[in-house]
Design a protein around this ligand. Structure first.
Ligand code: HEM
Length: 111
């Protein structure tokens, strides 16, 4: 998670969204909380653990100017980070879930 967000904060398309909501310092409390929340989210999605009960689509409705292009970029960065960290079969599970959820996002927030 930390590697992904380190890259996101350096990415010209994605950085502005995250900086606006959470700032640019990954060691800041807001970021630490966000990264822990996202780790719990992925644990829930991948392993079916009951670690996340939030509304992850709803959380993005208020992210200003979120676009289809930004989701394409998000997926590319997510995918390249997974390839660095996991074996290809585990990386694929995350990628498939990430793609499905991005589709679901774009449909639900109508972009
Ligand atoms: C362009 C793509 C994306 C951007 C710019 C983005 C940005 C953000 C931001 C700024 C927040 C923090 C909202 C806040 O707390 O104020 C957030 C929360 C979150 N994001 Fe994303 N996101 C993107 C795509 C995704 C995708 C594809 C997933 C999942 C597959 C995801 C999962 C989550 C989750 C689980 C949260 C926490 C929601 C909660 O508070 O319970 N995001 N996102």
């Amino acid at each position: 998670m930390t590697l992904f967000y380190t890259k996101a904060l350096q990415d010209p398309v994605l950085a502005p969204y995250f900086v606006l909501e959470l700032g640019d310092d990954l060691e800041d409390q807001e970021w630490v909380y966000h990264i822990e929340l996202l780790a719990d989210f992925w644990l829930a999605k991948l392993l079916g653990e009951k670690t996340y009960g939030g509304n992850f689509v709803g959380a993005h409705v208020n992210v200003p100017y979120i676009s289809r292009e930004s989701f394409v970029r998000w997926l590319a960065l997510f995918s390249s980070t997974l390839d660095e960290v996991y074996t290809s079969d585990i990386a694929k599970k995350f990628k498939d879930l990430g793609e499905n959820m991005s589709e679901q996002f774009m449909n639900e927030i109508k972009i």
